[in-house]
Design a protein around this ligand. Structure first.
Ligand SMILES: [Zn+2]
Length: 147
């Protein structure tokens, strides 16, 4: 059976993947116009400045759009149906990802629903996916209580 493809970090995306490995979602912002952006690139897409920096975002997002895939990509046979989504980060930029922690149905996937990032290990890379914020808060509270 085919295994899931694993992203290969490049010099431009390495800080993003390093953040994921540390359990942090990191994107870039422009230090000239101040606007955050994603995907990673060395020049601000808003004003063209090369003065950009990495920072860690809150991990909060809302569901912007999605499709439910019933035909698995290679390696995703066990996951169908699954949600391929675009989420809007609380900081503004949008990100393509998967929604986990709820059924991949139109009834469960409510546009604008609050989501929170979590990380899934795949090979050597940790990947950001998003789960309903309520479930994420509950899991964090339980982990806290178990300490
Ligand atoms: Zn800019």
């Amino acid at each position: 059976m085919a295994s899931k493809p694993v992203p290969v970090p490049t010099p431009e995306t390495k800080p993003f993947w390093d953040g994921c490995a540390a359990g942090e979602l990191r994107i870039q912002r422009c230090t000239d116009c101040g606007r955050p952006y994603f995907y990673p690139r060395p020049v601000c897409p808003h004003c063209g400045s090369a003065d950009v920096e990495w920072f860690t975002v809150s991990g909060d997002a809302t569901l912007y759009s999605y499709v439910i895939s019933h035909r698995p990509a290679p390696g995703f046979t066990d996951d169908v149906p699954y949600a391929i989504a675009v989420v809007q980060l609380a900081e503004g930029p949008r990100m393509m990802t998967n929604i986990v922690g709820l059924p991949a149905t139109p009834e469960a996937l409510e546009l604008d629903m609050p989501l929170r990032v979590r990380f899934e290990q795949r090979g050597d890379v940790s990947l950001p996916v998003f789960a309903p914020a309520e479930a994420a808060a509950k899991a964090e509270a339980e982990a806290e209580a178990a300490r």
